[in-house]
Design a protein around this ligand. Sequence first.
Ligand SMILES: [Zn+2]
Length: 189
Amino acid sequence: MKECPIVEDLLPLYHEGLLKPETTEWVEEHLNNCSACNSLASISSEPIMNDADRPVVDHDKMMAKVTSKLTLYQLIFVGISFFLAIRTVIANESFGFILPYFILGLVTFLFYRTYRLVVMIAFLPVFLWFLGTMLYSTFQHTESDYNFFMMVFDAIYGSFLMAGIHFLFAILGAIVGWLFFKFKESGDK
Ligand SMILES: [Zn+2]
């Protein structure tokens, strides 16, 4: 038919509902009488509407879901790391922390593939917890002859050292995680 190209041009506007009532009527009348345009209209109607609108929303939703999931995991990791830090301080085992921190570093790296988080999880909680405990006991024994600032310095230095040792084993775990990925990548090739 002669009108077919015109109808074809009007279809996108027709689907969006942007045509005047008379034009809409005219297009519909043509679609009823022309099977070629009718099938074209039914093909073009769905993808145009859905592709434009839905995926954007889905993508946002998905990203929000992923982000909240990551935050949840991060909270769990931080919780575990604080638990381990407290445990090592309380238990006062000389070497009991080695394996848990090795595993903590390994798991953290396998999960996030970043050393930054290993630092945050292995170093900071231990440092803060040791510092808190040491400062607390410092304030408990203020009657001693020790210089107060020296004692605070000792507390910071001691906590730093303890956190460093814990961090060392976590980093060893992370390196094993890194080797694991390297090994896997070379296996894929
Ligand atoms: Zn037609």
